[in-house]
Ligand binder design. Sequence first.
Ligand code: DLL
Length: 435
Amino acid sequence: MNNYWNKEIETMELADMKALQSERLVKQVKHVYENVPYYRDLMDKKGVKPEDIKGVEDLHKLPFVTKDDLREAYPYGMLAVPLERCVRIQSTSGTTGKRVVAFYTQEDINLWEDCCARAIVAVGGTKDDVCQVCYGYGLFTGGPGLNGGSHKVGCLTLPMSSGNTERQIQFMMDLGATILCCTPSYAAYIGESLKERGYRPDDNKLRVGIFGAEPWTEEMRREIEDMLGIKAYDIYGLTETSGPGVAFECCEQSGMHINEDNFIPEIINPETGEVLPDGEKGELVFTSITKEAFPLLRYRTKDICVLSRKKCSCGRTLIKMSKPMGRSDDMMIIRGVNVFPSQIETVLLKEGYTPNYQIVVDRQNHTDTLDINVELSPEQFSDTMRDISAHEKKLASAITTMLGITPKVHLVAPKTITRSEGKAVRVIDKRKLHD
Ligand code: DLL
């Protein structure tokens, strides 16, 4: 499977890509400096002028932008074109503080949908496919982005949005959906619901799934692939840079190609801001070099990952990012140890448990506590009942080996952990509530 949406760009030689990026970056910096007073101030404070940026090699001279800047500049402070040129807003799903509002011109939407079309074509999508989009529609970028990409490819698009699982299944079966787009946690829920209704994995016509918007492990990928009888691919993006399609997985299923003709990635040390070489783990930073309305330079995503230029068997030369290992602000520090929810998910699925779990962190007598509620499948429930505490101890010990700290594991009855139709809430940190 070697399909490209834009072969010239997707297989471009590195030197040509750098030249293209440099040309676009120089133009973009000028555009932002002239039209976004907020960023002009940041540049002036750092003593950088647009003339100092002659190409990608000068990128590091520019100041970073953070979510706090976007909140401060809310709603119009980062807008780089007159409002009458904008045709759409989208907004982040964040639950704390002011939401971030991103603006799009018609051309911004066109380029964003192109990125999503690349993702669909990379997993074999064509005009013969029926693409069921059950990411949320509305302010969230998931639904509109994949919807636009699916239209461009010419798939028959089912704009389902999230939720109403009964109807999702009915349309999936009656209309023979071949591509499923949603969060991985919702894909697992759909898989579980199909099984409950007596469907086997090969009863549906699905071939592939394009899942993202939240962290998920390789173990979760295998679980979803088995449940639905499909190949599951990752897709990454964030509202601030457009939405889904900033990066997408190809048939190799090992990391996501970044659409670097639109977004220049960097990896930095999150503490010092120092740029790290490819292959080192750190915080991902993006510079949008084609966006007109909301062009962010050196935006700190807080996502932790690794970049790689290793040759890919799909033929694409676009740089790859690893699956985000979590966000620097998702990382829990429990009794001094850094813990990512994905580490716990890996152990649970390896040990044969369901992907339905919840992590509860609290503080008692000045000591952090870590409780993990793990839901049993109906089969496990009847087998395990007699010996529940032995199973809990065994799982706790496997997690201790992974994390270096001992959790309390609670195996709970089927259907007791709330399912997610969008981004799953895996962690309840009660310490934050007390502080
Ligand atoms: O989640 C955009 C999106 C929609 C991506 C649909 C993929 C599919 P936001 O709501 O702004 O945008 O959240 C962005 O979600 O910084 C990551 O922390 C996380 N995220 C997105 N994709 C992935 C992924 C959308 N594939 C934030 N793996 C990002 C892990 C992801 N985390």
